[in-house]
Design a protein around this ligand. Sequence first.
Ligand code: FAD
Length: 415
Amino acid sequence: MTTPVTDYDTIIIGAGAAGISAARALREAGQKILCLEASPHIGGRARTDRDIFGVPFDLGAHWLHSGHINKLKTIGQEMGLDIYKTPETAITIGLEDDDDLWDPVEEVFERGIEKLTSTSNANVDFALAEFFEAHGPWAQTIKMMTGLSMARDLDQISLRDLASWAEGEDWFCREGFGTIISNLARDLPIRCNVPVTEIIAHPGHVSVTTSEGPLTARKVIVTVSVGVLSADVIRFDPPLDTERRRALDHITMGDYHHTALMFAPEAIPLEADSWLTYRIDAEKNGIPQGGGFLCNAGGTGLCNLETGGSFSRDLQDAPPEEAIGFALDTLVDQFGSDLRKHFIKGYVPRWRHEPFVRGSYSGAMPGGSAYREALCQPHADHVLFAGEAMSRGQQASVNGAYMEGQRAATEALLP
Ligand SMILES: Cc1cc2nc3c(=O)[nH]c(=O)nc-3n(C[C@H](O)[C@H](O)[C@H](O)COP(=O)(O)OP(=O)(O)OC[C@H]3O[C@@H](n4cnc5c(N)ncnc54)[C@H](O)[C@@H]3O)c2cc1C
């Protein structure tokens, strides 16, 4: 069979961390490539805005997780950006001893991991909720902190998925995490505002239908979120197989966002990048109605109320002024009503309503962690997949997405 002449060697769908990483690797390998991005922006869920508040504001990812293995930390340092270790300033208003909050959070994980390691069956899994035991006035705060980073309520967190996560110290980039990604995208052939609607695999090549017409390539790398894949925003021909469909039922998007508030400098009497927790009393159906604050981000007056799970979903569904009012009232409860005089403005990124994202990041439903493997498999030989959801060990992170982009690029270079 002769190889058909195609427009490109590889077309990459999505200009987030995974797509940019794949595009760079393939361009370095000498391929003719094109990256198609549906939204007006590059960076996907790792995007830094400078217009809303006049300072770098990460709309999505902000923490560079697991610094010892995070390639983007090194890359950011090589770019000359100010990459610094997350300060250990954690303040819990109302508790004399901070350990009374953090120890019970740790204990939930420890009880779970002990149970997991006591079974030799690799298919056994539990919901994190099974190991939550806290009672008393701080129970809701402890519950919130236990599930926060997983972007879902405790009964929807797979312990096995959580246990697979590579731990390590977190770092920040003062210029914004998204700045590292946008710098990496410089000079790449990326077309924004071009949604892909259809991918048709033929023997030996692939056609891609876009809002600007059809294109062809020998291979395609799809880096869209599992939220976009499961919502059938892109039609696949042949259709996605049963195993991948099953995987998309088990590896689903969670909800996490920050409600951002800008204050005059020094209005919040805390050091830069302080983590603030407070006593959460309100709950709805057992779900804590609150979050934690990252205060004075990067030394600015920016304070983010970080929320996850169904409470984040409810705040994103509410009118933005309601979410901003909630966050402001919560800080006023802690620091007094004078704080209102120093409030400048707020903003709520609503990731679950972004049509080309549809949530925050992936998590496995209890029992579903092994399905990440199925998501990595090629479709109809020439359609490859990459993105945070395919990572096993750094899932749900920018670095996980970046590494997955490299993996898919290596596969795209195979004959
Ligand atoms: C609020 C929030 C906080 C987070 N915090 C952290 C953190 O602190 N640290 C961390 O490491 N990670 C964090 N994450 C997760 C991290 O942002 C993601 O894991 C990572 O950015 C995902 O990269 P990706 O390339 O896999 O996907 P994406 O960034 O989603 O990139 C996919 C791209 O594909 C585009 N696309 C979708 N559909 C189409 C289509 N039909 N045609 C063309 N293009 C399309 C999208 O617009 C998008 O730009 C956070 C995420 C959120 C939302």
